[in-house]
Design a protein around this ligand. Structure first.
Ligand SMILES: N[C@@H](CCC(=O)N[C@@H](CS)C(=O)NCC(=O)O)C(=O)O
Length: 206
């Protein structure tokens, strides 16, 4: 039985959708992640960074949303969420799983965790402005890469589509971010992913 440390709307949503898609039994550990709020000691024991997601599988604990989804998709190949090691789509799949995590997520962090990236309140407007610009650049790059494709990589729905959808839900135009509709190829895939019952459940889409 897997355990997932989780918070609503967080980076734990992608791995949770993957868990739903593979149909493996799991329990959720609802976790406080608010700025300045104390962290669950059990979460800190597994991830001293104090952030979610964290996946437990028996004695094994791991953090990092993309890594967790890659691990789960490979562990449960019957769900078809990852191209196999010998498939042509495997390279691009890994590339985009890492890129979404190390580039797109960081562009959001400049908005939501701005204090990590500058040393004082004076710099906050500049960092958050750069976040908005960076989100437009990175989403634009992704949109161009998707082009006319039905899914992000290969011919099938995969974990990278799940992560693309999750990250699309973090756009806040009221904070100066671009609109998802500015990136019609990414928006098309996100809308298709949002139709899945796993995604409707995790993102509470009614
Ligand atoms: N690199 C981590 C980042 C995870 C992350 O930023 N989680 C946020 C929620 S979206 C969090 O728990 N923030 C609380 C904190 O950083 O203290 C990953 O990709 O899993």
């Amino acid at each position: 039985m897997y355990q997932l440390f989780w918070a609503e709307g967080s980076a734990a949503c992608g791995p949770r959708v993957v868990l739903e898609e593979i149909g493996a039994p799991y329990t959720l550990v609802a976790t406080e992640i608010g700025a300045g709020k104390p962290r669950d000691p059990e979460l800190l024991a597994h991830n001293p960074n104090g952030w979610v997601p964290v996946l437990l599988d028996g004695d094994m604990a791991m953090h990092e949303a993309s890594a967790i989804s890659i691990f789960l998709a490979d562990r449960h190949p019957g769900a078809g969420l990852a191209p196999g090691p010998d498939e042509a789509a495997r390279g691009p799949y890994l590339q985009w799983m890492v890129y979404l995590s190390n580039t797109l997520q960081i562009a959001y962090q400049l908005t939501y965790h701005w204090a990590r990236y500058c040393s004082g309140e004076d710099a906050r407007p500049s960092v958050q402005q750069r976040s908005c610009e960076r989100l437009r650049e990175v989403w634009g790059f992704i949109d161009d890469a998707i082009g006319e494709r039905t899914w992000f990589v290969g011919d099938h729905f995969s974990a990278v589509d799940i992560h693309l959808h999750m990250l699309s839900t973090w756009l806040s135009p009221e904070m100066g971010h671009p609109e998802l509709s500015d990136f019609p190829n990414a928006a098309r895939i996100a809308a298709r992913v949002a139709e899945r019952s796993s995604v409707r459940l995790v993102h509470q889409l009614g």
